[in-house]
Write a protein that binds this ligand. Structure first.
Ligand code: PMP
Length: 412
């Protein structure tokens, strides 16, 4: 049922922009960054007075800080179903995770063109082999297989869920495909983790990256979870204190991962917050997330498809399951104008642009910008209905401020 999930989220914002007065702000931009869960706010508030030296220092607060940091790694590892010997590197975000991974991969990389730039540019910079997604999912898998057959690769990098269309990729099949050809697989879970239960070990994922700020924790902390050998063999991500075993004026012996790649005082608060979010989401009843967002997505898709001139962008219509992320254009209106209208006249926050996925927008929308609505824990059917109603009004009447107030939904 919808309300219990919504109640987990601690924000209750009011939009000041709406013509004719404030209404409850409808946040349909959760795929970009999501507000912190109440439990995350509570955990961080509880922890902050204990901030002290991490991994050093024998004082009580120092022990609390070290323990909070290392416990967070274990909680995050359990949340994604990591293998016991996997490393959990605390990084800034998914972008940071892939930049780290790109620096440790000991060979060639194959990736798709549908990726967020975070999972594309670090590979492109090292001359990776980019494969165009095809008309169908099956043809896309075959194209990847051919690429891996053509020449060996060390890594296949793919997303778990598209940040543009919301479509899910068949991660288990992709992992098996990579492994068949002697490659490992890295999965971008920035969008996947907030919407589906992840089982790194069970699915055969070798590396997984995610961002806390999309998982109802604050900005600034994410993780790269995965196999130890490449991380231990590579040069450290940053050079400095904490990443070493022994330093002399003549040289240095580096520590093993994760310390090896975490020089400097780490983001303990970020890790604690991310772990708190993982605990809440990980303890939702089986299937609750999927049901909640599945129903809302269906309602949104049906609503959008019933508005003349609204065109949804999809990679493989009818083939792939999807999370609550839907991107569309409105004939005759720029994406920027639509997004502005939704915010100013209806108090609805969406995202417009090319979503850091330029090659995909080139293919699906001729390079033009589009509008993205994304759902999450706090979303309700009223939110979806308000968006659909707003778009219907836009198509029927156009965006005029004067038109606003008597058509607005009642503030609640
Ligand atoms: N991958 C995907 C699929 C994303 O949606 C995003 C965020 N838009 C990223 C990677 C990058 O995440 P971050 O900005 O937290 O590094």
């Amino acid at each position: 049922s919808l309300p219990p999930l919504a109640e987990l989220v601690g924000s209750d914002l009011v939009s000041p922009l709406v013509t004719g007065g404030a209404v409850r702000y409808v946040n349909l931009d959760l795929a970009a960054s999501a507000p912190a869960l109440r439990a995350v706010v509570d955990r961080v508030t509880e922890f902050l007075p204990y901030c002290s030296s991490v991994h050093r220092g024998s004082g009580y607060a120092s022990m609390v800080s070290t323990s909070a940091y290392e416990t967070s790694r274990r909680v995050i590892a359990a949340f994604v179903g990591a293998r016991p010997d996997d490393v959990v590197q605390v990084v800034r975000n998914t972008t940071d995770a892939f930049n780290l991974l790109a620096a440790v991969v000991p060979g060639e990389v194959v990736h798709l063109d549908l990726e967020h730039h975070a999972n594309l540019l670090p590979w492109q910079a090292r001359g990776a082999r980019g494969v165009e997604a095809r008309e169908t999912l099956e043809e896309t898998l075959s194209a990847l297989e051919l690429e891996l057959l053509a020449a060996p690769a060390a890594l296949l990098a793919v997303t778990g869920a598209s940040n543009v269309t919301g479509e899910l990729l068949p991660v288990q099949r992709l992992a098996a495909l990579a492994h068949r050809h002697g490659a490992r697989i890295a999965v971008d879970a920035a969008q996947w983790a907030p919407h589906r239960r992840i089982d790194v070990a069970g699915l055969g994922v070798d590396y997984l990256a995610l961002s806390g700020h999309k998982l109802y924790a604050p900005y600034g902390a994410g993780v790269l979870v995965g196999r130890r050998d490449w991380l231990d063999a590579a040069a450290p991500h940053l050079l400095g204190g904490g990443a070493v075993r022994e330093v002399s004026l003549g040289g240095v012996t580096w520590a093993a991962a994760p310390a090896r790649h975490e020089a400097g005082t780490p983001n303990v608060v970020g890790a604690v917050a991310l772990a708190a979010a993982c605990e809440v989401i990980g303890s939702l009843p089986d299937g609750a997330l999927e049901r909640h967002e599945g129903l809302l997505r269906e309602r949104l898709v049906a609503g959008l498809d019933a508005v003349a001139g609204v065109r949804r962008l999809e990679l493989w219509p009818g083939e792939a399951e999807a999370i609550g992320v839907v991107t569309f254009g409105v004939d005759g209106h720029s994406a920027e104008a639509v997004a502005h209208y939704l915010s100013a006249e209806w108090g609805i926050g969406v995202r417009d642009g090319r979503f850091c996925a330029h090659p995909l927008l080139q293919r699906l929308n001729g390079g033009r910008t589009a509008v993205r609505a994304s759902l999450g824990l706090g979303s309700s059917s009223e939110d979806v209905d308000r968006l659909v109603e707003a778009l219907r009004h836009l198509v029927d009447h156009g965006p005029t401020a004067a038109y606003g107030s008597d058509h607005l939904p009642d503030p609640d």
